[in-house]
Ligand binder design. Structure first.
Ligand code: ADE
Length: 245
């Protein structure tokens, strides 16, 4: 899978794309990255990428032409990617979107900067994406999050050679609590069931804690939860424990 990044700050990507999981996947030939400096596509002596907003107001706006020219060259050299503009005004990124992107051969991530980009850039991209309801100083950090979430779904990247992860098989539950050595840390004990060696008891405990955690922390996720008969029994137990407490 190819990721093409269009940015005014290419060096931001140097370290994150040369470490750990992404680095290994690059070395295995599963992922490749084109990092394109939008500034290389300006035509004036000052290499201007931003300008004052029409209508006045504070701040600068990223110009459309250098982005367009950069895209033209990308399309000619590598084929046109699925273009995504990272912007706080976009639809919120989630796991389903990451799965959808992981099935594409080539993503083009356009990183906005300053107070925004000229509205006409929107006509050049396929979608706009936001990480969440907060404002970053640019799209670069957001692009790195998208790359990380998508890369790990690409077959082979984390040892998932056979199947790309199918969202329909994924349950809307938070993970159960995990422990490793030591057994006691500052008087906090590992739950006895995890030391019991009883695999069925452990499975049941984990399922229950997963459900408990979701009820307490992310009840919104339960809207899409389809409980089994066992899940219903576990939910009853959790409710009884809550009312006893
Ligand atoms: N650029 C600035 N803020 C952003 C956000 N929240 N998500 C994606 N891109 C952004």
């Amino acid at each position: 899978m190819i990721f093409t990044l269009l940015t005014l700050f290419p060096s931001i990507f140097e370290s994150p794309l040369n470490e750990s999981l992404v680095k290994k996947a690059k070395d295995k030939g599963l992922l490749s990255f084109n990092i394109i400096n939008i500034r290389d596509f300006t035509e004036d002596i000052h290499r201007t990428c931003d300008d004052a907003p029409y209508g006045g107001g504070a701040g600068m706006v990223m110009k459309v032409e250098p982005i367009y020219q950069a895209m033209q060259q990308v399309n000619a050299h590598f084929g046109r990617p699925h273009y995504i503009l990272l912007t706080p005004g976009g639809r919120t990124f989630d796991q389903e979107t990451a799965t959808r992107f992981s099935r594409r051969p080539h993503l083009g991530l356009v990183c906005g900067r300053y107070e925004g980009v000229d509205e006409r850039v929107l006509s050049l991209v396929d979608e706009e994406l936001s990480l969440g309801d907060y404002v970053l100083s640019g799209g670069e950090a957001a692009a790195l999050v998208v790359i990380d979430a998508v890369a790990r779904l690409v077959p082979g990247v984390i040892g998932n050679e056979t199947s790309s992860i199918d969202e329909s098989f994924k349950e809307p539950l938070l993970e159960y609590p995990q422990y490793t050595r030591p057994q006691t840390f500052m008087e906090m004990e590992v739950p006895a069931v995890l030391l019991s060696g009883n695999h069925e008891e452990i499975r049941r405990w984990r399922r229950k804690e997963s459900i408990r955690r979701t009820i307490l922390r992310r009840p919104d996720l339960l809207e899409h939860f389809e409980p089994t008969d066992e899940d219903r029994r576990l939910i009853r137990e959790i409710m009884e424990e809550v009312s006893e407490a």
